[in-house]
Ligand binder design. Structure first.
Ligand SMILES: Nc1ncnc2c1ncn2[C@@H]1O[C@H](COP(=O)(O)OP(=O)(O)OP(=O)(O)O)[C@@H](O)[C@H]1O
Length: 243
């Protein structure tokens, strides 16, 4: 494998302009995002940090086409996501985005391979499920059911499911949140490996500040705004990160 190229910062994959999100629950209005201007670049692995409620998940859901902005605009390459209807957003998600959440959302009655196959059956240019599971180190466990796998292994099945459709972006919300540090490191290694191999633009939300050391870029949120950004001159491998 050739050494992965550094992110190309001339042509963003995502661009947001003045994104705000207000949740109006009747009695109270919650300002989840209060004007976010951001660019994310091809091949970049970005870690989002910030206190609980600072807007990280809201932004990730908007980038992934799972939620709508209240104001502002979002582009995926040349396409304006904020101009798409629900059907357009569904197609965007299906064709371009792999999601990984804190809880793995695997179907318990299906094996690892069958869980991945749910996605590969409907994707235009998928990997073989066995290949995707091999990439996350689960080749030998392909025919096991979720209940026969550890939390870290189940999360790696979820990652295999997300990458099997060869998405350009991976959006990961607390992917290690339910895991101990040893299994968490294996999950981060799988994400880093996918990012290195395929140049998949990857966003990882975490509460664990140490994880920022594996990122190309770290973005801090505070009160619905970006409060700080930092490019890592040197990155650590997940195995060098301890928490
Ligand atoms: N569906 C919703 N309805 C009302 N308020 C919401 C909804 N979703 C999120 N919020 C509020 O929006 C704000 C931002 O939430 P968000 O989940 O984006 O924060 P976060 O930084 O990801 O937090 P955490 O780290 O705890 O996951 C919070 O005040 C939250 O309570």
């Amino acid at each position: 494998m050739n050494a992965p190229l550094p992110p190309d910062r001339t042509r963003p994959v995502f661009r947001t302009e003045g994104v705000t999100k207000v949740y109006d629950t009747g009695e109270v209005k919650v300002h989840a995002l209060a004007g976010v201007d951001l660019e994310l670049y091809p091949g970049e692995l970005t870690v989002l940090l910030g206190p609980s409620g600072s807007g990280k998940s809201t932004l990730l859901n908007i980038l992934g086409g799972l939620d709508h902005v209240t104001d502002g605009r979002v582009w995926f390459r040349e396409r304006e996501l904020t101009a798409l209807n629900d059907r357009g957003l569904t197609r965007f998600r299906r064709d371009h985005v792999g999601f990984v959440f804190q809880f793995y959302n695997l179907v318990p009655s299906l094996t690892a391979r069958e869980n991945v196959q749910l996605v590969t059956d409907v994707a235009p240019d998928p990997m073989d499920p066995a290949e995707a599971l091999g990439l996350v180190g689960l080749g030998p466990r392909m025919d096991h059911f979720p209940a026969q796998l550890s939390g870290g292994e189940q999360q790696r099945v979820a990652i295999a499911r997300a990458i099997a459709k060869r998405p350009e972006v991976m959006l990961c919300d607390e992917p290690t949140g339910a895991l101990d540090s040893r299994t968490g490191v294996q999950v981060l290694e799988a994400l880093r490996d996918i990012n290195d191999r395929f140049g998949t633009t990857t966003v990882v939300i975490t509460h664990n500040a140490e994880i920022r050391r594996m990122a190309h870029r770290v973005i801090w949120f505070q009160d619905g705004r970006i409060s700080r950004m930092e490019v890592n001159e040197t990155r650590l491998a997940p195995s060098e990160i301890a928490w």
